[in-house]
Design a protein around this ligand. Structure first.
Ligand code: DQA
Length: 154
């Protein structure tokens, strides 16, 4: 990677509501890949970056909060597509702030080109950064950026 730090990183890939329906859900907006296919591509990218991915999907806000809490001491970083909770959930934002793990926010679609209610993210202020609008590439770029950040800062 970028420096001498060559330990294998552990990354939580957290997928929020309705992302279990990717592939069949509004493919014109979200593309045709299923969530298992996206997780597979993330895993392959992780191999190149020496990072092990732990994917979790839930439609339930509390489960997502619990999963973020559980990342403490287990994972070094979080890659998150919070789906619609991006725009509504103070609880998810607070959970990320509470565990204080480096987090990258990703979206398949460009949330700023869509409805006004999607323009605000509660996650963005507690994330290292956000990648939005590149389909599955948003996830892969997000993973690269997260690993890069962890290698440089650790
Ligand atoms: C999304 C964008 C959100 O606005 C939406 O609610 C989703 C998916 C995306 O990946 O483009 O569920 O996070």
């Amino acid at each position: 990677m970028l420096n001498s730090n060559s330990q294998t990183l552990s990354i939580l890939a957290l997928h929020g509501p309705n992302l279990n329906l990717l592939g069949q859900r509004e493919p014109g907006i979200y593309g045709s890949l299923t969530l298992p296919e996206i997780n597979r591509l993330l895993e392959e990218e992780g191999v190149k970056l020496q990072a092990k991915l732990f994917p979790v999907q839930s439609n339930h806000e509390g489960v997502l909060v619990d999963t973020i809490h559980g990342a403490l001491g287990k994972h070094q970083g979080i890659l998150i597509n919070a789906g619609a909770y991006t725009h509504t959930s103070v609880a998810l934002r607070d959970a990320i702030a509470a565990v204080n793990l480096p987090t990258v926010e990703v979206h398949l679609s460009n949330i700023y080109r869509r409805e006004d209610f999607r323009h605000h993210s509660y996650i963005a202020p507690v994330a290292i950064g956000q990648i939005s609008g590149f389909g599955v590439q948003s996830y892969l770029l997000g993973l690269q950026a997260l690993v890069d950040y962890l290698r440089v800062t650790n």
